[in-house]
Design a protein around this ligand. Structure first.
Ligand SMILES: [Zn+2]
Ligand SMILES: [Zn+2]
Length: 150
């Protein structure tokens, strides 16, 4: 039997996780979400955060970004949009504008696979890593990295 107070606590925890995720566009990992949520609910465990993130994904209110071997990241915006990842620092940003047109992508006839979906991710060098100035490699170290404080 699950007590009412426990149900209430779970609902509050989930709500806080959702709120904190919706505040940012940095697509944090579960650990990143945990760090922020813990400031509001000091007793919350990492396992609880993981469980609730998975649940919120299944409910369709957030989305999970999984690409290759990278750690999964979470997005408080469930609407379809494309992402770009910095190859140097791993930062992930939204691409503004209409999502990539994939209407020509295979649906059923794909080497006898049943297609369930697809993942598209752009990659590049972010402004903080010198993307805009095309500074790459060792040259970058000469210039101090300016971090925007928003
Ligand atoms: Zn970067
Ligand atoms: Zn996003």
């Amino acid at each position: 039997m699950v007590k009412d107070t426990e149900i209430h606590r779970n609902t509050v925890q989930r709500q806080v996780i959702l709120e904190e995720l919706q505040k940012v566009t940095s697509h944090p990992t579960a650990l990143g979400v945990f760090a922020v949520v813990r400031q509001r609910i000091p007793k919350i465990s990492l396992g609880t955060v993981y469980r609730n993130l998975e649940l919120l994904c299944r409910m369709g209110v957030i989305q999970k970004l999984e690409h290759g071997a990278e750690e999964a990241r979470f997005d408080g915006n469930p609407a379809r949009h494309d992402h770009i990842r910095c190859v140097q620092c791993g930062r992930v940003d939204d691409i503004h504008g209409p999502p990539l047109d994939l209407s020509g992508a295979p649906t059923n006839d794909c080497n006898d696979y049943r297609v369930l979906g697809y993942r598209v991710e752009f990659f590049g060098v972010c402004p903080q890593c010198g993307g805009g100035n095309a500074i790459t490699g060792p040259t970058k170290a000469i210039f101090p990295i300016v971090v925007n404080q928003e």
